[in-house]
Ligand binder design. Structure first.
Ligand code: NAD
Ligand code: UGA
Length: 441
């Protein structure tokens, strides 16, 4: 099939690459000429395991190309995926300007039947707006061209994006005409051969499903974080509690890890956007409100622990930090909890010496205003002469570190672990003052 992807970011690039992997001919469009240049020069603008190989293989095979040429891109695909950003507006609602600009371009240049697929995360009712914008552009040209607008939200996780796309647990398609449903079924059939995992529903339910999924996941995390705060006080270990409740299949083990608060480009923004939709319709989403507030607070917990140990004035103190990205296997720093922690420590006068296996460059870019932050290229360099170690991201290489080295290089053997990587009893045995999240035993 011929497919166009509008917006070649995380979602667009992964979608384009993985669709070309199955033999589709894919053109990826972006307004960012630098990004397209990098891709055309054989580079990958983001760190995502396995993505480079898929992109290179399909570019070489002539099935995947990148362009800034809008007309070429719109002419190419029968399926026109919109995968542009939907960042939060000032009031928290999703800013649809990029989605509607993409739609406008489709309307401006289309000459034959198109299925316009909303892959961006967009509020309920967006498909109607996309349809209206395209119709308006066609009317301006006095053209009668048939088209359908379909909702196909994306559920991939960064760091596992290729795997998630190639082996989805479900594909949601919101559509209301048979022709577009047939095309979407055909496109996704190779990814779900073993059993049916394509759920067809009406457009509004599909749009809503995306926000419901992210909000549900964010709720689990905030609830566990809140339980962790209490576990510390009552002398319980949240990790044992997680196993205790997760063994109930109605609850399950996943997404129950207490930590430094959820970050990334989606949970914070989508929780807020859904609250905004609630407001618009006169529904105060009380649970979601609490989820968001709990998350704001959770981002301060690690610093509160530092202050409890070293005092409010951290002038002259130096802290080692392991991990900057909002989660492992990505260089994405959007809404990463490390940013709040670094900011708060710096405001109290501390110096931070940080290491991240892949996010250093991105961290430099987004934290260039923090003069007391140094980013180094190995763990040992963070530790030398530091008052304590803080762990912000659970990269694999931090899971079994050289504890002797940590003890030797730190001024004092103190670890604030925002990811609960180690066993508290073992750490005590090794002579560390070890403070995790919710590990009160
Ligand atoms: P991103 O910022 O990485 O990429 C968006 C791209 O769109 C940018 O490269 C930008 O230059 C381009 N763009 C903007 N306007 C354009 C236009 N008119 N024409 C062509 N290109 C244009 O964003 P992302 O993380 O890929 O997210 C995209 C959407 O997918 C968002 O709605 C997001 O909520 C959703 N989503 C993201 C993820 C994720 O893990 N990042 C997962 C699921 C859903
Ligand atoms: C999330 C969803 O998991 C995807 O299904 C969705 O497609 C995506 O948002 C999106 O809409 O963009 P992502 O943000 O890539 O994916 O990462 P997650 O693995 O969900 O982690 C999000 C945040 O929650 C991270 O900061 C992570 O550290 C935190 N988290 C996750 C916890 O604190 N505890 C957990 O148990 C799980």
């Amino acid at each position: 099939m011929k497919v166009t992807i509008i917006g070649t970011g995380y979602v667009g690039l992964v979608t384009g690459a993985c669709l070309s992997e199955m033999g589709n001919h894919v053109v990826c469009l972006d307004v960012d000429a630098k990004k397209i240049q990098v891709l055309n020069d054989g580079g990958i603008p983001i760190y995502e395991p396995g993505l480079k190989e898929v992109v290179q293989r399909n570019v070489s095979a002539g099935r995947l190309q990148f362009t800034t040429d809008v007309q070429l891109a719109v002419n190419h695909g029968t399926l026109q995926f919109i995968g542009v950003g939907t960042p939060p507006d000032e009031d928290g609602s999703a800013d649809l300007q990029y989605v509607l600009a993409a739609a406008r371009n489709i309307g401006r240049y289309m000459t034959d039947y198109k299925v316009v697929v909303d892959k961006s995360t967009v509020p309920v009712g967006t498909a109607d707006k996309v349809r209206a914008v395209i119709a308006e552009e066609l009317a301006k040209r006095d053209k009668q061209v048939d088209f359908a607008v379909v909702s196909n939200p994306e559920f991939l996780k960064e760091g596992a994006a290729v795997e998630d796309f190639m082996r989805p647990d479900r594909i949601v398609v919101g559509a209301d005409d048979e022709r577009s449903i047939l095309l979407m079924r055909a496109l996704y059939a190779p990814y779900i051969r073993s059993h049916e995992r394509l759920l067809v529903m009406d457009v509004r339910s599909a749009e809503f499903t995306k926000y419901a999924a992210n909000s549900m996941l964010a709720t689990r995390i905030s609830f566990m974080n809140e339980l962790a705060l209490l576990a510390e006080k009552v002398g319980a270990d949240i990790e044992l509690v997680r196993k205790g409740i997760g063994s109930d299949p109605r609850i399950g083990y996943q997404f129950l890890y207490a930590g430094t608060g959820y970050g990334g480009s989606c949970f914070p923004k989508d929780v807020n956007a859904l609250m905004r939709t609630g407001k618009e319709y006169g529904i105060d989403l009380k649970v979601l409100n609490a989820v968001d507030r709990a998350n704001q607070h959770q981002k301060t917990v690690l610093v509160e622990k530092v202050v409890a140990r070293f005092g409010a004035d951290l002038t002259g103190r130096r802290f080692a930090m392991w991990g900057l990205a909002f989660k492992p296997n990505t260089d994405d720093m959007r809404d990463a909890p490390s940013r709040d922690v670094i900011q708060a420590l710096a405001e109290r006068g501390a110096t931070i010496v940080a290491y991240d296996p892949v996010a250093a460059e991105e961290a430099h870019r987004v934290l260039s205003h923090v003069k007391s932050l140094q980013i180094v290229d190995n763990v040992a360099a963070t530790l030398e002469g530091a008052d304590a170690l803080l762990i912000l991201t659970e990269w694999r290489e931090f899971k079994s570190p050289d504890f002797d080295q940590i003890k030797r290089l730190l001024k004092q053997p103190v670890i604030f672990d925002g990811r609960n990587l180690y066993e508290p009893a073992l750490m005590r045995d090794l002579g560390f003052d070890y403070r995790g999240i919710g590990r009160g035993t």
